[in-house]
Design a protein around this ligand. Structure first.
Ligand code: ZN
Length: 133
């Protein structure tokens, strides 16, 4: 599997950098954003390093979005949110990632609303989401 030196998300999925994991399999890794737009804001990444989402091969691209679909109900139940929104921008970290953001109202899905969350709180939310499984 290709690993990119100095890629923070490659280091996170390899557990060289700690993260609040909520789910993973052999191809994908999901963990809490430490600067969430809302509680439970999750980043879903392919374990293989690819910078741009639309450069991912077709099969893995489909699997990535099927994984997002699988995680959404878990996030919804774990956070009590009404819906789960998706954002893909990809300017901050050059490793493809989907933001899955629990939402309760319109116009909440705004990256400008992201703010740092306390690690104790993140750990609690991660546990709550994982326990939904
Ligand atoms: Zn990477």
């Amino acid at each position: 599997m290709e690993i990119m030196e100095n890629c923070i998300f490659c280091k996170i999925k390899d557990k060289q950098i700690p993260s609040f994991e909520i789910w993973s399999d052999d191809k994908f890794y999901a963990f809490l954003d430490i600067n969430p737009i809302s509680p439970g804001h999750t980043l879903l990444i392919p374990k293989q390093h690819v910078d741009y989402l639309f450069d991912i091969d077709e099969k893995q691209y489909s699997e990535l979005f099927m994984t997002a679909r699988k995680l959404a109900p878990m996030l919804k139940r774990g956070t009590g949110a009404k819906r789960i929104g998706i954002i893909v921008e990809g300017f901050l970290v050059p490793h493809a990632h989907i933001h899955l953001v629990p939402l309760n109202q319109g116009n909440q899905l705004n990256p400008a609303n992201a703010k740092p969350m306390d690690k104790t709180e993140l750990a609690k939310i991660a546990e709550r989401i994982k326990n939904v499984l």
